[in-house]
Design a binder for this molecule. Structure first.
Ligand code: SF4
Length: 656
């Protein structure tokens, strides 16, 4: 096994223990199960039953329901009975926070319970506590005493359990010793796992969720590494990015985190947490999982030595060519090569609006940096936008300060070619079967000493992520420090599938510090269809933001809501988004309840948290600043809070 997966160059499932959840088997190489969670009040039996049925009809193979106290835990019996009476046998999962009593009741009713080691028995009050080793051991002993009865009940009833760690809700004890880190998340789960194993209870799966896909991926990798080293085996893994938000951003964040792990054969069940109705999570899960069939493999050479640290982020070292590489944020290249005649109006979709009266361009925060097109545009371009042309077209370009050539690998090696003295793009298809190793060696030796060359990596292979990542290994091992732009094309039928495709294929490389730019292309069955340029541009910037490599907009961390939520989270999120979506780089959390919200809002700068019926509590970081304010004025108060803290700017006025 590699440090955290079976193979880094071929699709190979990590084989975990088999766990039985009712009539469903998870792990052990069984299909990746998809699941979701209800948002209704658990005491509203009929509504919850109806929602569970909607989720099952959408394809959920497990459905989770919150059980915040004994009363809700007891009501799971009525919900289960009603579902079984209607012929629905789908296993149910009780979501537990804080309350061992509720867990012990739920474990006698439903097929699985989820406990969060950050707040099950342990405390979360944001206190810094110094423990001696002895005191630390005593705390673990206290947890053992309180957790073991639940393990005993689960063993007796054949109930499965998920030990579900969340980055944002690590206990004060873990935080004091390990800090807010991936290793802290792993240790938090391992403590509970050791207790369960000591009781010879193995019907367990684990999760390591975070709203930051980078942290989430590192934590799962570390967990596998630690389980394998300590136990010689792995328990099934439930994958998810928590508080991912809604719409395009929520899907992108989830696809990057979950997809990166699935690419390496990691993950036995997945949940995509969206601030939307739960049944809408299932198609996203399905789009993610369906890529991994037995034919998801091609001939990628094995790796002798991993050239990057999979547990810590570090960007690949590159030199700078123009505004690409080194410390520059990754660039976005917009592929307009299917458009024969570009006009100023076309550029609106990629962040540039032209005002004829003033003869000025208005440039958005998410404006593309390069335009790849067939012909040199016949109008004066905005200052920040440059053009990439195929070599033979570029030879005849008028403005060679603005236009740069792109070569095929063979063209680039021809002695007679004329190059730009500033910037040259070179296409390389990773492990193209037709290409001899010697040709590639010659190519890289030439590129390496060319301070104007940017490599454009693509792969026709099915497992393109592994193929391109393998090429990065080769570049690093051979000290080739030219910047790399990733070319990723989609031929999927729907925009939703393409979004998942781009997010997985580029996100998986970006969160390991590779890529100095991205270019997304579309290959439709009919050439008459115009690519959705606006969507491609916003997806590119969304992916760079979710991978925390280029911040171009407000970051929202919103929980999916559940039976604890006391207000309409979807509507409120939309309202807050509408008035704050111009605040580039500000992180705003919108959380359904005061019990878990503050803990789980991760590294948000500001928090809007439900604290009672029609009551909202506002946070600055982890600190309460306005308690229990009326929900009617809460959005206004949030704006005031942003203003008081210098995080507010007025909405840029429309172009005159
Ligand atoms: S933060 Fe949101 S999803 Fe989590 S328990 Fe509270 S309301 Fe439910």
């Amino acid at each position: 096994m590699e440090q955290y997966c079976n193979s880094l160059t071929s699709y190979n499932r990590l084989i975990t223990r088999e766990v039985k959840v009712g009539n469903l088997i998870i792990g052990g190489g069984h299909p990746i199960r998809v699941q979701t969670m209800t948002t209704t009040d658990t005491l509203a039996t009929e509504k919850t039953v109806d929602q569970v049925i909607l989720c099952i009809k959408a394809g959920a193979e497990l459905v989770r329901i919150t059980a915040p106290s004994k009363t809700e835990a007891e009501n799971l019996a009525a919900i289960k009975k009603a579902l079984r009476a209607q012929g629905y046998e789908t296993p149910l999962v009780a979501d537990i926070h804080f309350t061992p009593n509720a867990a012990e009741i739920a474990a006698t009713i439903v097929e699985k319970v989820r406990v969060n080691p950050g707040n099950y028995v342990d405390k979360k009050k944001f206190e810094q506590i110094e423990y001696t080793d002895q005191e630390y051991l005593e705390e673990i002993e206290r947890i053992r005493e309180r957790f073991t009865p639940l393990v005993t009940i689960c063993k007796e009833y054949g109930t499965a359990m998920r030990i579900g760690t969340n980055h944002g809700s690590l206990s004060d004890r873990i935080m004091s010793r390990y800090g807010d880190t991936a290793i802290g998340m792993v240790e938090s789960a391992m403590e509970f796992l050791r207790i369960a194993r000591a009781e010879d209870y193995h019907n367990i799966m684990l999760s390591m969720k975070s709203s930051n896909p980078q942290v989430m991926v590192q934590a799962y990798r570390l967990l596998i590494n630690h389980m394998t080293n300590e136990f010689g085996e792995c328990y099934p893994l439930h994958l998810g990015v928590t508080e991912a938000g809604d719409g395009e951003d929520g899907r992108i964040k989830s696809a990057i985190g979950i997809g990166t792990l699935l690419e390496d054969g990691i993950g036995d069940t997945i949940r995509v947490s969206l601030t939307e109705d739960p049944e809408f999570e299932i198609p996203v899960c399905k789009d993610l999982v369906k890529r991994y069939t037995s034919s998801y493999n091609s001939n990628v050479p094995p790796i002798d030595k991993l050239q990057f640290d999979p547990f810590n982020y570090k960007r690949r070292e590159t030199f700078q060519v123009g505004n690409i590489g080194s410390k520059n944020v990754p660039v976005v290249v917009s592929d307009f090569s299917k458009n024969n005649n570009i006009t100023t109006a076309d550029l609106v979709d990629i962040g540039y609006s032209y005002n004829e009266k003033t003869d000025k361009w208005n440039i958005a925060d998410a404006a593309a940096d390069y335009l790849y097109c067939k012909q040199e545009p016949n109008f004066s371009l905005p200052g920040t936008l440059k053009v990439i042309l195929d070599y033979n077209t570029w030879l005849h370009a008028n403005d060679k300060e603005k236009c740069f050539p792109i070569f095929s690998d063979k063209q680039y090696l021809e002695a007679s070619i004329q190059k730009s003295n500033q910037l040259n793009f070179v296409m390389v298809d990773c492990y193209d079967k037709a290409e001899e190793d010697t040709t590639r060696e010659h190519l890289f030796n030439t590129i390496k000493s060319d301070q104007t060359a940017v490599i454009c990596l693509s792969s026709q292979n099915k497992n393109a992520v592994q193929s391109i990542r393998r090429m990065f290994q080769e570049l690093i091992a051979n000290q080739i420090q030219n910047p790399v732009v990733l070319i990723c094309d989609s031929n999927h039928e729907t925009n939703e599938e393409s979004l998942i495709h781009y997010a997985v294929e580029s996100g998986a490389l970006l969160i390991d510090g590779m890529c100095d730019g991205v270019c997304f292309g579309y290959h439709y069955s009919s050439p008459a269809i115009i690519p959705p340029y606006k969507l491609l541009n916003s997806v590119a910037f969304g992916i760079l933001q979710a991978a925390r490599t280029r911040i171009s907009k407000t970051e929202y961390i919103s929980c999916p809501s559940c039976g604890r939520t006391l207000f309409d989270l979807q509507e409120t999120t939309a309202k807050i988004r509408a008035v704050t979506n111009h605040l580039k780089g500000v992180k705003i959390a919108i959380m359904g309840c005061i019990v878990n919200g503050p803990g789980e809002m991760a590294d948000a700068d500001f928090g809007y948290v439900g604290s009672g019926v029609d009551k909202i509590t506002l946070y600055k970081g982890k600190e309460v600043v306005k308690r229990n304010i009326n929900s009617e004025i809460a959005v206004e108060e949030l704006i005031n809070l942003l203003k008081e803290n210098g995080a507010w700017v007025e909405v840029p006025s429309a172009i005159e």
